[in-house]
Write a protein of this length. Structure first.
Length: 179
């Protein structure tokens, strides 16, 4: 049996020292200076009373570059999340970005140290997926939507069909059994 304990926290991104970043503000020189390294991150859609409405977990080789992608017109995940965030902002919610901070941890004989571990994309992906599973297992967040797209073959085909229909100007399918 493999046992692992990871102590972690979410630090809010700052656009300037002591100033919490808010979507869709632009990438500042401070963000470029501080957040240009690999990271695991979480977008949080938050109500005025602090409750989480939705979250998205991700990983990036450069967090500042990834943030820029979310802010620009793009495709795929960036576009999907940008559209969701715009809807939530109109509802009066806030969209925040947090970076994972964690201490050293061990799985079997492998030690993971924050800075050197995040250089490896497979470790970032492992942490991203662990955090999704940990979040879903936490009963404190019942009702909070996880925005990460399912990654199974049927869902991938469904997303491709929707994309093809959009490109062809066809109406979107509302019932998955329609295709």
């Amino acid at each position: 049996m493999t046992k692992a304990t990871i102590d972690y926290d979410w630090d809010p991104l700052e656009s300037a020292p002591g100033v919490k970043y808010q979507y869709p503000n632009p990438v500042t020189p401070y963000i470029l200076q501080i957040y240009s390294e690999p990271a695991v991150y979480r977008w949080s859609v938050v109500g005025s009373n602090g409750w989480l409405s939705a979250v998205y977990f991700g990983e990036a080789e450069s967090l500042s570059r990834r943030l820029r992608q979310y802010l620009q017109k793009g495709q795929g995940t960036s576009r999907r999340l940008r559209e969701k965030f715009e809807v939530e902002l109109k509802r009066g919610l806030q969209v925040e970005l947090h970076r994972l901070s964690f201490g050293d941890f061990q799985i079997n004989n492998a030690w993971f140290v924050p800075q050197s571990s995040l250089q490896q994309d497979f470790i970032r992906k492992m942490l991203e997926n662990f955090l999704i599973a940990d979040f879903l297992a936490n009963n404190d967040f019942a009702g909070c939507e996880v925005l990460n797209a399912p990654n199974n073959p049927i869902e991938r085909r469904r997303r491709r069909a929707i994309k093809r229909n959009r490109a062809a100007g066809l109406p979107e399918l509302t019932n998955p059994r329609q295709f």
